[in-house]
Design a protein around this ligand. Structure first.
Ligand SMILES: C[S@@+](CC[C@H](N)C(=O)[O-])C[C@H]1O[C@@H](n2cnc3c(N)ncnc32)[C@H](O)[C@@H]1O
Length: 338
């Protein structure tokens, strides 16, 4: 499941960013005055504002310098209760620099990123083929014009769940030999010419390719896996973790992590059935929470969102590797920008 039907760019979008699953996130985080919560994905500050209103202090991170710059006014208003830090949430424990009572992540792109043509996430608005949240490192154009056909096929097929991944990759290889792809609309039009668009198709034929590229350019799955490990290190005993994801690859990473860390998976073995696995680092993992019908009607972007939450125990963080998470590797890496 990728961004909901009707999305026609790298992740669906609205004119302004409406926080997704906000009341559900707040009940999972249960912020109290005097507590400190990390909002790992500050974006337009929707969650952060609500956390501040509940009396908590917030350390908010975002790797997009534009999001951080736009949040400085709120930081000034918050009179010492908000600290904004530019950086990747895979390092949220180091960026926070202190044990915290809650961590929230709202994975994906913001509507500001989608709607700004120059950021290159969308083909509704023509722009440079960029897609870099952090505005640094390899861009989508670098990948499209340089990656081999088999890597492009995996990016579109595994990360974008695109049925025509191989055909599209071969078309790109041929076309870029004559003229590189530099603009979002150029790539979207070339894909549409190749695979066609049937009347009644709810999404543009380039949507899944754009999503796969966005996930790879921003190393989104590797970042998510590392952020879960960072949250395990950062949370105090009793601290709450809440993660909102937008497609099945992301949700699976969070679901498996919480099942494993709450002792529902592993522990013991066929040969030593009485041997216990390491102590659970999380408890009370909640079933995935979808948005209400009312929220989906009011905000179609929310359609594929799922919230998962759990509570940190007092057991020491276990640590782990990217390979524990089944993050697909393409050309040996989980994404272009590590
Ligand atoms: C869906 S928006 C968050 C919206 C926010 N919850 C709100 O209510 O306004 C996601 C934000 O997370 C940021 N982001 C995505 N991946 C990130 C990462 N690995 N590290 C830090 N920030 C990231 C994006 O730049 C974007 O601003």
């Amino acid at each position: 499941m990728m961004a909901g039907p009707g999305a026609d760019d790298a992740g669906g979008g609205l004119a302004r960013h409406i926080p997704v699953l906000l009341s559900e996130v707040l009940s999972a985080l249960a912020p109290r005055p005097g507590e400190t919560i990390v909002d790992g994905t500050f974006g337009a500050g929707g969650y952060t504002r609500a956390l501040l209103e509940a009396g908590a202090s917030v350390i908010a991170t975002d790797r997009d310098p534009d999001a951080i710059a736009a949040g400085r006014a709120l930081e000034a208003e918050a009179a010492g209760r908000l600290r904004l830090v530019e950086g990747p949430f895979s390092r949220l424990d180091a960026l926070a620099g202190e044990p915290v009572d809650g961590v929230v992540l709202d994975i994906g792109v913001s509507s500001m990123q989608l709607d700004e043509a120059e950021r290159g996430f969308s083909f509704r608005h023509d722009g440079p083929l960029d897609m870099r949240m952090a505005q640094a490192g390899a861009s989508a154009a670098d990948i499209v014009n340089r990656a081999g056909v088999s890597d492009l096929t995996r990016i579109f097929g595994l990360l974008g769940e695109e049925r025509h991944a191989g055909r599209i990759a071969r078309m790109i290889e041929k076309r870029r030999a004559e003229r590189p792809f530099l603009r979002t609309r150029d790539l979207a039009d070339a894909i549409e010419r190749l695979v066609g668009r049937k009347p009644g198709d709810r999404i543009h034929p380039a949507t899944r390719v754009f999503q796969g590229l966005r996930i790879f350019v921003n190393n989104e799955l590797g970042e998510l896996a590392r952020a879960l490990l960072a949250a395990e290190r950062a949370l105090k005993p009793g601290g709450r973790l809440a993660v909102v994801t937008f497609h099945s690859l992301e949700d699976r990473i969070v679901k498996r992590f919480l099942a494993e860390r709450s002792g529902r998976a592993g522990g013991g073995s066929r040969h030593l059935p009485e041997a216990k696995g390491p102590a659970a680092t999380f408890e009370r993992p909640a079933a995935a929470v979808p948005p209400s019908e009312a929220e989906m009607t009011a905000n179609p972007r929310a359609r594929s969102a799922r919230l998962r939450a759990a509570v940190r125990t007092a057991a020491p963080a276990r640590g782990g590797e990217l390979s524990d998470f089944d993050v697909p590797l393409i050309g040996g890496v989980s994404g272009a920008n590590q």
